[in-house]
Design a protein around this ligand. Structure first.
Ligand code: SAM
Length: 357
């Protein structure tokens, strides 16, 4: 492939999700982190597409530079193995961001993602230091070069998160095309070999579920969301796998997806547990019914702060639309009492909600 290529519409949608997520994450982390933060784009690309549209590194920089809220100190690390693309990226940043504000710094590494990160992490380890909170974007063409063991280290600092994109066309073929050693590293185990006996969707679902399970079991991530992006023709374009330690991260990511594409040009499915469900059809009455059932079944007979319900909904498929979820439960007697509010059918912060047994 050339140093620079055409921007595809689904890449634009992915960029919009990234932009919206970072626009929320940077200010949230400003209030949490005293040390500043790192943004790592591990498969950074050339910075611009064929008609000058901005790639993920410039999108991250622009989100920080043009933000209306106070920003933390951010170190941007852009890693690109291909020399022509790394040079293109350096040029694009120098042209479009000649004067970065003092609280932002960046470096372009013309090297491999895993080599750069391991060098940095090893050096910190040997000096008894830890990495600042880090958001890592892993956006490869294939499946090589981002071992699970490295994601584990990157997810270790507090408030750290990872977003991985998996191109669908490659996932289907990758068992046949990739070296076993590289897949062992991807999963940090040999459990993936079961997939060699599977075909089609079964193989894909198995690999995705296994990857999610490995992220949960083998890294400090507590929540892993896997979204499948499907074009109008029904074909899967890619998966976005998001790993975080905090329910709020899940909520912000789902909102970023919804706002990136509220007209529904793309459809997002939550492919967890092999069940494909629409994520973002907010006005669909079926969506609301499922969300209500999920909440009621989980909390029946309990009295809980509304924030606990919000945290429970965050890592699920459902958006947190508290009135859409809680008003019908109250109207049908499944919520018996709400303590700490002035008006009926409202659920302010701090209120206590009692569910029927
Ligand atoms: C899908 S493109 C990245 C696009 C970019 N994230 C964007 O959204 O604008 C993947 C890039 O990763 C680079 N790459 C491939 N293997 C790599 C590795 N092991 N380390 C760093 N970069 C790599 C490729 O040269 C390519 O430019």
């Amino acid at each position: 492939m050339d140093a620079v290529w055409d921007l595809k519409p689904h890449t634009r949608a992915k960029h919009e999700i990234l932009r919206r997520y970072l626009a929320a994450w940077f200010p949230i982390l400003k209030t949490i982190s005293r040390t500043g933060l790192n943004y790592i784009d591990g498969f950074a690309g050339p910075g611009v597409y064929s008609r000058g549209e901005e790639g993920s590194p410039l999108i991250a920089l622009r989100t920080a530079v043009e933000h209306v809220l106070p920003m933390p100190d951010i170190d941007f690390l852009f890693i690109e193995k291909n020399t022509a693309r790394a040079e293109s990226l350096r040029r694009a940043i120098a042209e479009r961001f000649p004067d970065l504000p003092d609280n932002f710094s960046y470096e372009v590494f013309n090297d491999e993602f895993s080599d750069v990160c391991c060098t940095i992490l090893d050096e910190l380890d040997s000096n008894d230091k830890v990495l600042a909170p880090t958001f890592t974007f892993v956006d490869p063409f294939g499946y090589a070069g981002f071992p699970l063991n490295l994601l584990r280290r990157l997810l270790t600092p507090p408030s750290s998160e990872v977003l991985v994109t998996f191109m669908a066309s490659r996932l289907r073929r990758f068992l046949d095309e990739s070296h076993e050693e590289c897949i062992d590293e991807l999963f940090d185990s040999q459990d993936w070999r079961v997939a060699q006996g599977l075909t089609g969707d079964d193989r894909t679902q198995f690999l995705l579920s296994l990857y999610q399970k490995k992220l949960i079991d083998s890294t400090p991530a507590e929540f892993v969301l896997a979204f499948e992006m499907v074009g109008r023709d029904g074909n899967t374009i890619y998966w976005l796998i998001f790993a975080t330690k905090h329910p709020k991260g899940c909520q912000v990511m789902k909102e970023a997806m919804w706002k990136a594409d509220p007209t529904g040009t793309y459809r997002y499915f939550d492919s967890a547990a092999g069940v494909r469900r629409f994520v973002l059809d907010e006005d669909d009455p079926e969506w609301a019914r499922q969300a209500q059932a999920e909440v009621y079944n989980h909390f029946r007979g309990k009295r809980v702060p509304v924030e606990e319900i919000e945290d429970h909904v965050a890592p699920t498929t459902f958006l947190w639309r508290k009135r859409k979820i809680l008003v019908p439960l109250e109207d049908t007697g499944k919520i018996l009492e709400v303590h700490g509010r002035d008006r009926r059918r409202t659920y302010p912060d701090g209120c206590l909600v009692t569910f029927a047994p």
